[in-house]
Design a protein around this ligand. Sequence first.
Ligand SMILES: Cc1cc2nc3c(=O)[nH]c(=O)nc-3n(C[C@H](O)[C@H](O)[C@H](O)COP(=O)(O)O)c2cc1C
Length: 376
Amino acid sequence: MADTMLPDAPAGPVAVDVAAWPASLAEFAGPARAALPPEVWDFINGGSGTETTLTANRAALDRVAVLPRVLTGVDRPRTDAPLLGRAQAMPVAVAPMAYQRLVHPDGEPALAAAAAAAGVPYVASTLSSTPIEEIAAAGDQVWFQLYWLRERGMVADLLDRVHAAGCTALMVTVDVPILGRRLRDVRNGFALPPHVTAANLPGGRNDLAHQGTPGVSAVSAGAVFAPALSWADLEWLRGRTPLPLLIKGILDPRDAVRAAEAGAAAVVVSNHGGRQLDGAPATVTVLPEVVAAVGERCEVLLDSGVRGGVDVLRALALGARGVLVGRPMLWALAAGGRAGAEAALALLAAELRDALTLTGCADPAAARQLRTLTGG
Ligand SMILES: Cc1cc2nc3c(=O)[nH]c(=O)nc-3n(C[C@H](O)[C@H](O)[C@H](O)COP(=O)(O)O)c2cc1C
């Protein structure tokens, strides 16, 4: 929990040919859209219901104004910062996202390798389209995201594999008792193509997710999660794994406190990128309350709508330790495979360095002392 930099801070993103790639993370969306079938584009980018929360995430981030400090004598800030007590090249991790072979044949191993090259953690989804063992071999720090499967025995088997594969943290997603109603997928009758399977599940797939029916999202119909997850299950998990636990999908400060008391090393303030409860608040609007509630008891990370270095700065200034980045990483993977994803992460690091320089911060820890205004 110390703000001091650890001595073994990684070097940071590898040099990439910046001229070959878009000038901002958001601009990776263009080539990605051109490369993807429309229904896959919709699956990635859609939110639930009226997409009110999806839109609110971005709007709320844009309303956070950060007050720069001046005359601080900072020349070239460091971007490295610890997450879960381990030095990272920047306070960023690649968010868990299902079925990455939908967007590029190299899928999860390519994105995990790009994260490793950038010196940041990659979070592998339970619903990865590549087995966790292969992802862990391609990456460096691979965290595993757990969706609670209906049978506890299946969860236990998965945990054994996650431990054996060398994953370094476990992120439990708690905002998916069912999948949100994603109307784009419903209208498209979206189903997974045969070559994209849930490679970590027994039998290698969830059959229903492949059965296209007009007016039905097969991905939703094929969901295999236990809806009635409770704090008692988390206690069982705590006793079942030595890995640090992150609880993802927290919005209410009372739940954040409860998670910290249950032994979580971190909570992720997330509304799943606007894909679950439509009408949930934008994450930056609840972040300060969550940070105040948990204090030093655990780390607080944020996701949903982060699209650049200034957004990382905003989250830090509002008290987060770091952020997860979701869709832009899929756009970059779709646009250019591993090289595209490396370029996107290098760009994010460069943007963060610029944002720190412009606010007079020597490092991300200093950014957590900045003041913000909202609504103006
Ligand atoms: C295509 C897609 C698949 C996702 N799959 C998962 C998943 O398997 N597990 C999970 O915890 N979150 C999943 N998420 C949510 C992300 O981890 C993250 O919370 C969200 O994408 C952050 O918002 P952003 O995309 O605006 O950055 C998914 C998001 C997208 C866009």
